[in-house]
Design a protein around this ligand. Structure first.
Ligand code: NAD
Ligand code: UDP
Length: 338
């Protein structure tokens, strides 16, 4: 049985992936500093899986603690989610983002190397394409970040590429997620953002549940079918499965690989609102507001490479994403504090 270390495993995508790993028979150890999550998510994951995980509250920047964990335990691979992800905050506090995301990953890689662990799956993001030239976006499209958060993802990708060049023992999967949404179908785990959500789907869910009054639709004058922005929303459980496929790929066919994880289909903001209304049977009040600075009109993935090389394809549609997001939100109106 393989042993996987999951960094950031109490967070939104991490918790769903830990569940998928446990259900697939892996031994899982989670580290998280709980900056943007709570241990409650992992408690629920263990209950759903009927299996235990090991948990250590460790900050990736604390190299001594990381090292002593690797001294005590043997891992076959690391799935590395831990990082800060708020674009606006990264513009206000760039040093925090470089320190947490880049320095944290340097520490992790140094400790992995010292322990002879060379398999890593890294959470990258479609943000590395900046304002994309065209959609669908394939992995070879021009890269360029437009904010410090995106820069940290680009730097880490480059660093992992350099590491592999310097020592081909490193086995690396760079997974570029598009817009992760939804929740596990049980409604026991889901997205629990701190404060007012920045992203569309959690904002819509919180309007539906009555925590927020009204959604602002950022721009209806884009060159799209209804004037609102198009994104590639992907169900978090599909994303979790992508990590299992990536681990399999690294074990069978070592090297460094990069994949887009998206559905290949774009939905407009108004389409998301309407799908959510259908799924929840709740009217979502919204008003049209100015464009959000920096937003691209259209972003969606070409995920053909992941399908061909990983045998992975997103299975859940927008209706399922909205239904599962609503199931989680309505069962847990205050998130994990409910
Ligand atoms: P999240 O905030 O829910 O999870 C990240 C977890 O990492 C949190 O539990 C947090 O407490 C932990 N963490 C952060 N810094 C840490 C540190 N220094 N040491 C230990 N733990 C630390 O975010 P998520 O949505 O689950 O995202 C997971 C990863 O995927 C992140 O790297 C994020 O940048 C990336 N990503 C997310 C999205 C998205 O829209 N959710 C899109 C693309 C990429
Ligand atoms: N959006 C919106 N209102 C909100 C949040 C987002 O209209 O309160 C729009 C945003 O302009 C974009 C889409 O919803 O077109 C997805 O935004 P999100 O922040 O979720 O993802 P990202 O833009 O980072 O891909």
């Amino acid at each position: 049985m393989k042993s996987i270390l999951v960094t950031g495993g109490c967070g939104f995508i991490g918790s769903h992936t830990v569940l998928a790993l446990l259900q697939a028979g892996f031994n899982v150890c989670v580290i998280d500093n709980l900056y943007n999550s709570s241990y409650e998510s992992l408690k629920r994951v263990q209950k759903l899986a009927g299996k235990k995980t090991d948990f250590h509250q460790i900050d990736l920047r604390d190299k001594e603690k990381l090292k002593s964990l690797f001294d005590q335990s043997r891992f076959d691979a690391v799935v590395h989610f831990a990082g800060l992800k708020a674009v606006g905050e990264s513009m206000e506090k760039p040093l925090l983002y470089y320190s947490n995301n880049v320095y944290g990953t340097i520490n992790l890689c140094e400790v992995m190397k010292g322990a002879g662990v060379f398999d890593i799956v890294f959470s990258s993001s479609a943000t590395v394409y900046g304002n994309p030239e065209r959609s669908p976006i394939s992995e070879d499209q021009r890269l360029g970040a437009v904010n410090p958060y995106g820069q940290t993802k680009l730097i880490i990708e480059e660093m992992l590429r350099d590491l592999h060049r310097s020592d081909p023992q490193w086995n690396t999967a760079l997974l570029r997620y598009f817009n992760p949404v939804g929740a596990h179908k049980s409604g026991e785990i889901g997205e629990d953002p701190n404060g007012i959500p920045n992203n569309l789907m959690p904002f819509v869910s919180q309007v539906a549940v009555g925590k927020l009054d009204e959604l602002k639709v950022f721009g209806n004058d884009y060159p799209t079918r209804d004037g609102t922005g198009i994104r590639d929303y992907i169900h978090v459980s599909d994303l979790a499965n992508g990590h299992l496929k990536a681990l399999k790929k690294l074990a069978e066919n070592p090297g460094i690989v990069t994949y887009n994880l998206g559905t290949g289909k774009g939905a407009t903001v108004l389409e998301v609102i309407h799908a959510f209304e259908q799924a929840s049977n709740v009217k979502i009040p919204y008003k049209i507001a100015p464009r959000r600075p920096g937003d691209a009109a259209v972003t969606y993935a070409d995920s053909a490479k992941a399908e061909k090389e990983l045998g992975w394809k997103a299975e859940r549609d927008l209706e399922t994403m909205c239904r599962d997001a609503w199931n989680w939100q309505s069962k847990n109106p205050q998130g994990y504090d409910s």
